[in-house]
Design a binder for this molecule. Structure first.
Ligand code: DX5
Ligand code: ZN
Length: 241
């Protein structure tokens, strides 16, 4: 039970926000109790979609004090890192398949003053973690294939989350440094608790938040439902302790 009080950060993905009034959307999700702004960057090369870049990051930066969590789904990676750092990113994650030199890219992100994250697609093996744990501030587990919002959660992600949680805890016991475990794709009130129970501490949600039926009245409703799920005692969930 003590593990449950590990961080429980909600990170709305602005991919599903109304881009015609993005600044306001960012303010509204933070007012509703979200912790981090998840910023999906797609290049029509590493993934088959095209989204937003450093100029948009720079534009929303003054609208919130919440950390901006840039998820790079791009190849190559390195040239964009200083651009996003300059645009106000706090966290920058990338996919290991998209960089020829993992260690170099991770070091570059920290050298630019940001926290560094590594993102794992559903079929990406975890051996990429083997020699870089001390370079990481965050591990991002994709529970959908990257490229689009609104896809369904892939259940095998739960085993992967549990596996990474063991590695993070072992690393923390040995070094004293914490690494966030973020999960991205298909998260909603109905499954966020299972994701937390598997070991995640940071939850990305795009369509579930920005597309919620009561979104017109603000995002407090859906954010509250997610927080309630995370806080509910095990018995209320019908799970064994
Ligand atoms: C997918 C993106 C996700 C996505 C999440 O490639 O990395 O951040 O926008 O959206 P939902 O929560 O709708 O799956
Ligand atoms: Zn993402």
């Amino acid at each position: 039970m003590a593990e449950r009080v590990r961080g429980q950060r909600l990170a709305p993905s602005i991919l599903s926000a109304d881009f015609s009034r993005l600044g306001e959307e960012v303010e509204r999700v933070v007012e509703a109790g979200c912790d981090i702004i998840h910023f999906d960057v797609m290049d029509n090369h590493y993934v088959p979609n095209l989204t937003i870049g450093p100029l948009v990051c720079e534009a929303i930066r003054p609208r919130t004090k919440a950390p901006i969590d840039v998820h790079l789904m791009v190849r190559p990676v390195d040239a964009l890192v200083p651009m996003f750092a300059k645009a106000g990113a706090d966290i920058i994650s990338f996919h290991p398949e998209a960089s020829d030199h993992l260690d170099r890219t991770l070091s570059l992100i920290r050298d630019q003053g940001c926290r560094a994250g590594l993102a794992f697609n559903p079929a990406t093996p975890l051996h990429y973690l083997d020699h870089v744990m001390d370079r990481l501030d965050l591990i991002l587990v994709m529970s959908v294939n990257p490229g689009f919002g609104g896809q369904s959660f892939i259940p095998s992600a739960l085993d992967k989350i549990a596996d990474i949680r063991r590695r993070i805890d072992e690393h923390a016991a040995r070094t004293g440094s914490d690494i966030w475990l973020e999960v991205d794709g298909g998260i909603k009130p109905a499954n966020i608790r299972a994701v937390a129970d598997a070991g995640a501490d940071t939850f990305v949600a795009g369509s579930a938040i920005f597309g919620s039926p009561d979104a017109g009245g603000g995002y407090r409703g859906v954010v509250g439902r997610m927080r309630d799920e995370l806080a509910a005692p095990l018995a209320a969930q019908g799970r064994a302790a």
